[in-house]
Write a protein that binds this ligand. Sequence first.
Ligand code: ZN
Length: 172
Amino acid sequence: MDIYPIIQFPNSRLQIVGEPVAEVNDEIKAIVAKMFRTLYAATNCAALAATQLDIKWSDDTPKRITVIDFSEEKDQPLCLINPVISQQEGETNLREGCMSVAKITAAVKRAEKIHVDALDENGKKLSFDADGFMAKCIQHETDHLDGKLFLDHLTSLRRKMLVQKLLKKKKK
Ligand code: ZN
C-alpha cells in the first residue's frame, strides 16, 4: 500500500525539529494525502506528525504538518500545517501512547484547553479552541514537530524505567 513507514523510537530522526511549510503546494498536498492514508491504515491511530514518518522531502527537510482523525467512522480528517498553540489553560494528566513508541503508555501533564492557529491542507487559515482529547492530541503532535516525544515529559526515573521496559520488549 502507498503509505509512509512510521519511524520507531529510539531512532534519532524523531528528534529532528520540523521546518515551517513555506507554501502549501502540490508536493505538500500529496504528502498530506499520503499521511492520511498512513493514519487510516494504522490500527488505533488518532494522529500522525510528518516528523515521525519516513517521508522523502524534495529539500530533505521534514516540515511542520500533522494529520488528525480519531472519529469512529474515520470521516473527520483535520490537517494542521504550521500549528501554533497560542494559549493554554488548565491541566490534565491523561494516559497517552504514540505510534513511534510501541506498546508503552504513560500519563502526561498537558494543558486542558488550548487555542490553535494553523493552515489547513489548502493553505487556508484556521484559528480555533480545542479541549479534551483533541487538545491532548494537538499538543502531542506539536511536540513531535519540535522533536519531542511524550516520554520527554516524564521524570527521568520514570522515563528510564519505561525505556528499559520498551527495549526489553523489542528484543523478544
Ligand atoms: Zn506520537
